[in-house]
Design a protein around this ligand. Structure first.
Ligand code: FAD
Length: 659
């Protein structure tokens, strides 16, 4: 029995896991990172467009601050997020972007003086302030009032991941690569670590830790058409679900990005539209202003994706060999801009479409992109059900994004949540709650159970084909649990997914090698992924309203009266074929920004009974604190500072702040 002990086990070597690991290590704790791939190959490297932080350095960002970023995020989430977490996040994001600068991220910088940009289809001259020269620049992104997205050309995630990974190397944090966590070890409401499979040798080991952090990214690969990489299969979230104790939050909240190229599904960044790119139909008509006169192409992603699909349904799509699509037009940005700021987009277009985006239109259609749902945690990143279990990044439902994430808020979340979880894990390890309380017998039990499962797949007499089950699951999710959802289609999706889950218990594989064996890996992963798919589909079926990215054609209104609550999914009995759903209400009486219209998209929500009273209360607080500074006013509206770990408490400074 191979047992490895550590203070902190971080499962996942992407931006979130690495940043959390660095934080815990700097507090003096022993940390091990596990990753399917070398950390610098993690999916964070694919992030193109940028990271939101309210620095307010550029002319179009002037006047930005935490309050504006907070409002954008809450509106973007369609009031589905945890507003205290959103406050915590917008407060720490500027610190995170500056920390990354100190760690070597070569952020694009402001150049004083005049420069030309494209806005709303027109060339416009902007003038940057001399005092901002050399400070971190920002570009426009969807759903934001200010230009707030800090960027490194269109290779932002790559630059961030390399910098944070280098910090982990500098801290001598061991990374156990090509190792996959396949189960949590837990008892009596306490997580003790994970059972880990070496993907090369097939050997199972037990990693025992005082604190275990799941930072395994999103689960986009439960869909057929997705911008996510092949390693985004959600196994971290699935093993938390399989604990039978810890919960996943808002799994039905799945984001579809407006612009992935057809047919490959590879993303071209929102930065294309942020920098002035337009969406056109088969006739070359720019259609978004017809639907969204205010934000046009830069409404939030859920809204733009729906409008695009509506436009295709109305007969305006371009008919191509691979189905219908629309056009993304960045020709008006010019070659120099594309070569400098949209280099990856240019290369993607050249390699996967054989076109030059400085001259040609890009065929695009929405595809699955981001998992707002995930492992439910509190504001400190700890599971609300299993002590010692933490989660951060896309794997978590912290819950910053509610039912729709704003572009640029995800890589920002990875590093901010990583900063916070690094501290809370260190606090936990230093407290008596963090003492190791695990028996060898328990570890043996978990190891033997996982080995038996693998042995059944390798040597059992099952006849089901894992790859076929996976492909069918992905079809169902794309066809029936996509951008537009309907009760009858969701019902049939849930029914068939349940059948697939039952069948997945009788998988047989041809390659019986215990070590490197892709067929075996597909077999045990599809069993887990089907449970995630069922959480998404069943959650979507039960939620009879439309909120953010969850759009029910048969229930098109947002219904705050009945649905201002977070879905919690658990799987208490391994034999069940549906998740157990529970709901956690969002408390309107404590919200800083009570529910209202987002500023784009539908206007006709069904109000929560407490909204009016809370809005009146807020108006009264605002008038009572009319002369106070914005920090004092904010504290009166919704205090959150108790949630900020001590090292991150300081206020952010900006150009033009009055002392
Ligand atoms: C094409 C694309 C472009 C994007 N652009 C932007 C953008 O411009 N701005 C923005 O804010 N967001 C963007 N996003 C979203 C953002 O990149 C991700 O949400 C974020 O990087 C996720 O980081 P993470 O650390 O949570 O997970 P990841 O970077 O996905 O890392 C997950 C890690 O977990 C490991 N792992 C997984 N399962 C296991 C297991 N069972 N055992 C051990 N290790 C495991 C993997 O090896 C990997 O190291 C984009 C996403 C895509 C797909």
């Amino acid at each position: 029995m191979r047992i490895i002990y550590t203070d902190v086990l971080v499962v996942g070597g992407g931006l979130a896991g690495l940043r959390a690991a660095v934080g815990a290590r700097r507090r003096g704790h022993e940390v091990i990172i596990l990753s399917l791939v070398p950390p610098k190959r993690s999916h964070s490297a694919a992030a193109q467009g940028g990271m939101q932080a309210s620095l307010g350095n550029t002319t179009k960002g002037a006047g930005d601050n935490e309050d504006v970023h907070f409002e954008d995020t809450v509106r973007g989430s369609d009031w589905g997020c945890d507003q205290e977490v959103a406050r915590l996040f917008v407060h720490a994001a500027p610190q995170a972007v500056r920390e990354l600068a100190a760690w070597g991220v070569p952020w694009n910088r402001v150049k004083a003086g005049e420069h030309e940009v494209v806005m709303d289809g027109q060339r416009v001259t902007l003038c940057e302030r001399p005092e901002a020269h050399g400070l971190i620049a920002a570009r426009d992104f969807g759903g934001t009032k200010k230009w707030r997205t800090c960027f490194v050309s269109d290779g932002t995630g790559h630059a961030m991941l390399y910098a944070v990974s280098d910090q982990a190397v500098a801290e001598s944090i061991p990374v156990h690569e090509r190792c996959e966590a396949i189960a949590l070890i837990h008892d009596a409401g306490r997580c003790h670590g994970a059972i880990v499979r070496n993907l090369v040798t097939g050997e199972l080991s037990a990693y025992i830790a005082r604190a275990t952090c799941i930072a395994t990214g999103g689960f986009g690969r439960i869909y057929r058409v997705t911008s996510n990489a092949v390693i985004n299969e959600g196994i971290g979230a699935a093993i938390v679900l399989e604990s039978g104790v810890a919960e996943l939050g808002n799994m039905e909240a799945v984001q579809f990005h407006p612009t992935t190229i057809v047919p490959a599904g590879i993303l071209v960044t929102e930065g294309c539209r942020g920098d002035g790119g337009l969406l056109r139909d088969a006739a070359g008509h720019r259609f978004m202003p017809d639907y969204e006169p205010e934000k046009k192409e830069l409404a939030s992603r859920d809204v733009v994706s729906r409008r695009m699909e509506e436009h295709i349904r109305a007969g305006h799509g371009v008919k191509g060999r691979f189905g219908e699509h629309l056009w993304l037009d960045i020709t008006l940005l010019g070659k120099a801009h594309i070569d400098g700021r949209l280099r990856e987009v240019k290369e993607i277009c050249q390699h996967f479409l054989g076109i030059d985006p400085a001259r040609d239109l890009i065929p695009v259609r929405p595809a699955q992109h981001y998992s707002m749902g995930g492992i439910r945690t509190d504001a400190g990143g700890q599971s609300t059900r299993l002590a010692g279990l933490f989660a951060c990044g896309e794997a978590a439902c912290w819950d910053l994004h509610g039912f729709n994430r704003l572009g640029g808020n995800s890589v920002a979340e990875t590093v901010v949540a990583g900063m916070i979880v690094g501290e809370t894990m260190a606090d936990f390890v230093e407290s008596s709650a963090g003492d190791l309380q695990v028996s060898t017998a328990l570890v043996r039990e978990f190891l033997e159970r996982e080995q038996a499962r693998i042995d059944t797949l390798l040597h059992g007499d099952g006849s089901e084909n894992a790859a076929a089950l996976m492909a069918r699951m992905q079809e169902i999710m794309t066809d029936k649990v996509g951008i537009f959802r309907q009760g009858d289609l969701l019902e049939s999706a849930v029914e068939e997914l349940q059948q697939l889950l039952v069948r997945s218990r009788s998988i047989g594989i041809a390659t019986r090698r215990p070590g490197a064996n892709p067929e075996l890996v597909t077999a045990y992963r599809v069993q887990k992924m089907l449970k995630l798919a069922l959480c998404v589909a069943h959650g979507a079926l039960q939620r009879t309203e439309s909120r953010g990215a969850h759009y029910r054609e048969d229930h098109p209104r947002r219904n705050d009266a009945d649905w201002l609550k977070r879905t919690l999914a658990s799987w208490p009995d391994a034999g069940q074929t549906l998740p157990t759903l529970a709901y956690e209400p969002l408390d309107v009486t404590r919200m800083e920004l009570p529910p209202g219209w987002r500023g784009y998209g539908a206007k006709d929500a069904i109000a929560h009974p407490a909204t009016e009273a809370r809005a009146a209360e807020i108006a009264a607080i605002r008038s009572a604190f009319g002369h106070a500074d914005r920090y004092t006013l904010q504290q009166a509206l919704m205090p959150f500072e108790h949630l900020v770990p001590e090292p991150f408490r300081g206020r952010n400074e900006r150009l033009g702040d009055t002392p």
